[in-house]
Structures are given as C-alpha cells and as structure tokens.
Design a protein around this ligand. Structure first.
Ligand code: NIG
Ligand code: FE
Length: 413
C-alpha cells in the first residue's frame, strides 16, 4: 500500500540521518522542505522531497496537502492517562484558595484518585482511558507513555498496568508503560511508610517485572512524598527486573532528585519547575533527558521549568503533557508546544524539536518515531490550511489538525 502526500506547504522535521536527541543551540534548527511530497509505504516513511523532484509516482492513495503543514506526530513521554473519574472539586477548591499541597494534606490529591481507581472495575477503567487516548491521538499524539500510580496497592497497580497493555494491544501507536507505585504513601501507611516501601519493593516490583507489565519505573521524589534515599532504593529494586528509571523530580522543591536520577541512569527526569544551577550542571554530558511539563505549571500556577537557561547551557529538553486528573487534566500537545513558546520563551523550532525527536528519545523510540526519516513509522500530523508551522503555537487555542496518520493509516476514533 503506497500513500503519496503532495503539495505540502511545509514538511517539518525532515532528518536524513536523525540524531538520537537534540541539545543546546541545535534545538533552534528545525529542518523543513517547502512545497514538498511525502511517500508512505505500508506503515513506514519511504521517501520525501521537493515537489519539483517528484517524478510521476504511482500510489494507491494520493492526498493533496495544498496549504497544509505535515509534521511527525507528537511524542508525549509523560502521562497518567489511566485514571478513574476526575478531580473537578479540587479544581474549585484551589480557585477558592487552597493550595495543591493543602488539598493533598487533607487526603485529596493522589490519594483521592487512588480511592476512585481502587473502586473502579478494570473494564470501566479501560473505557475511560481509551476515550482519553483517542482524544490525544486525534490531537496529534502518535506515541505515548502512561504511568501507573493511582492504585497504590498491588492489585490496583496491576489493574492499571493491565489497562495500559490492553491499550497498547488495541491501538496502533507505541504505548510505553511505567510503574509508579511510589506516587504517594497510602493513608493507612502514613505512620509506617516502611511497610508500604516493603510491599512496593518485595511484592509490586517483582510482580510488575515478572509479568513484564512495564518498561520503566518512576518515583515522585519530593518533600512529603518520597525522599532521595527512598527513591534510590526503589530504583535499585526496579533495576533487578530491568525497569529503567524515568522520575518525577524538582516539581516543588530541589532535594537532589536530578542527581539521583542521573546516578541511576534515568532515561529522563521530569517536571524540573525548580532547578538550581547545580541541577543543570549535573545534567550536562549525561544521557538523561530533562522533560518539562508546562501544562502542569499553567494549571497549578507554579513556576515553569527554566527552559531558556537549560537549553542555553547546552542541555536537550523534551516537552510532555503530564495528562492527569490533579495537576494537568489535558493531553493536548499543541497547547504544550504553545505554552512552551509563550511562557518558557522557547522558539517554535525548539518546542517542536522538544515535542518530537526529544520526546521520542524519552520513551526509547528514537529509532522509529519523532522525525520524518526514511524507514521510520508513518505517524504523521496533517494540519488544516495554515501559513506555516509557527502558526501552531501562535494560534494557541485553535484546533489546527486536519488528520492524523498512525502507521500510515488515517486515525478514525
Ligand atoms: O506529575 N507530581 C506527581 N504526579 C502528578 C500529579 C498527580 C496528581 O495530582 O494526581 C504530576 O503532576
Ligand atoms: Fe506526572
């Protein structure tokens, strides 16, 4: 099956020999072919170039993309899409003056979502999650990571991860699973956190590892959640089962989580709203991808990750949604890209690199996703008629996506 897309106004993120990640000043460069064609064979990208160089091609399917921009689909490397219900009440409570921390301290927050999830049967949880996944694919996401962490007991954590594997089976995009049993200490272990940590390390991690229900392990390394020391023990326990760290650090406080992640060869360290100079220094020359989550800052009114400082120091940066019921109830990567430009002073080129190539890296998908390169999967966004790619963050509230191809086929929810 051959699909030929013709007359593309701008074909964006074209890389003949894609680098695994893009860092520092190189993030300002976004390779584009104007007035381009793209050839897809089955599920892969098979060719591209300027329309001037297109010799008559026979294709089973021709899409005329006049006036449209084509780019690789977004790679969202940090989500909590599998959850039950919502936390609208806490949203209202915050507007009325309570902080995220105060809500959590009185049993709301993650523990509120955990209670809801424990009470929700697996098939209902699957239904709610599939609806969210379809929504984000329609908004241009073509590869996604999903965390557990609203179960907080062995059965409920496994229930979440089974929902993630069922999503991975039923949808054609890559869905990467992360075990986040260390998301919060359940209320009943408040005075005996060691007991929860024992269950986490002796029961949950082996169960997840043996059933191969996750590729990654995550910890919410933060004051009031898990200490650096606990984080390190949990990551070590995960390593015995081949679980690679991708961790929540520096959201509210810098307590050394970045350094712990680097020490344990984390694939990514995520959030980074509060970054000391030493945290930026520590990331230099490592293989750990820093990931910023601007929708969380927008929604909670907390600082944005200092993207300018990180990129200007030579670091790479990835962008992700953090889609979850408490701190970022949105899986819209277009909004993330726009917010990164508007609030974090990233250029459109930097933001698109962060949301594609670097996002793919943060899920171990750099060989197959994140750029328009021969042989990569044809996971692609075709926009509505727009002047060029800068219009995507510029017109931040508009729905600019016409269609999304996953493995070369048009996604129909
Ligand atoms: O990434 N920070 C920890 N976890 C989520 C939010 C959890 C929640 O409030 O449900 C996050 O922001
Ligand atoms: Fe998160």
């Amino acid at each position: 099956m051959k699909t030929l897309i013709t007359n593309i106004r701008q074909l964006v993120q074209v890389r003949d020999t894609p680098a695994p990640m893009i860092a520092g000043a190189a993030m300002k460069t976004l390779p584009v072919i104007e007035n381009a064609f793209l050839l897809i064979e089955d599920d892969r990208i098979a060719g591209y170039g300027s329309m001037d160089d297109l010799d008559t091609h026979r294709a089973d399917n021709i899409i005329d993309a006049s006036g449209r921009v084509v780019l690789p689909s977004w790679c969202d490397s940090h989500t909590h899409i599998v959850y039950a219900g919502n936390r609208e009440q806490e949203f209202a409570d915050r507007i009325n003056g309570l902080s995220y921390g105060e809500i959590a301290a009185r049993g709301g927050g993650i523990l509120n979502s955990a209670k809801k999830l424990q009470d929700t049967p697996g098939d209902e949880l699957y239904k709610q999650s599939a609806t969210r996944l379809e929504e984000v694919i329609s908004m241009g996401t073509g590869a996604v990571e999903i965390k557990s962490g609203y179960g907080l007991d062995t059965d409920a954590e496994l229930k979440m991860l089974r929902v993630v594997s069922k999503l991975a089976q039923n949808y054609d995009l890559p869905v990467k699973a992360t075990f986040l049993g260390a998301h919060a200490i359940p209320a009943r272990y408040k005075n005996d956190r060691k007991a929860y940590l024992d269950i986490l390390m002796d029961e949950m991690i082996p169960a997840v590892g043996e059933k191969k229900l996750a590729s990654y392990i995550d910890v919410f390394c933060e004051q009031g959640y898990f200490t650096v020391e606990e984080t390190e023990s949990i990551l070590e326990a995960g390593r015995a089962f081949g679980l690679i760290p991708k961790i929540h650090v520096n959201q509210f406080h810098a307590i050394g989580g970045v350094q712990a992640g680097i020490k344990h060869h984390a694939l990514s360290v995520d959030h980074l709203e509060v970054m000391r100079d030493e945290d930026i220094e520590a990331l230099k020359g490592t293989k750990t991808m820093p990931v910023a989550l601007p929708s969380c800052s927008f929604f909670l009114g907390i600082p944005y990750a200092p993207a300018r400082k990180m990129i200007d120091s030579g670091l790479p940066l990835a962008l992700a949604t953090d889609y979850n019921p408490g701190s970022a109830p949105s899986g819209n990567m277009n909004f993330v890209v726009a917010t990164a430009c508007i609030k974090m002073r990233m250029t459109p080129e930097e933001a698109i690199n962060a949301a594609t190539v670097n996002g793919a890296y943060a899920m171990g998908l750099q060989e197959t996703h994140g750029s328009i390169s021969i042989g990569k999967k044809a996971n692609i966004i075709i926009t509505k008629k727009i002047p060029g790619y800068t219009y995507i963050p510029y017109a931040f509230g508009s729905q600019l996506i016409d269609s999304v191809l996953i493995n070369g086929s048009k996604f129909v929810p």
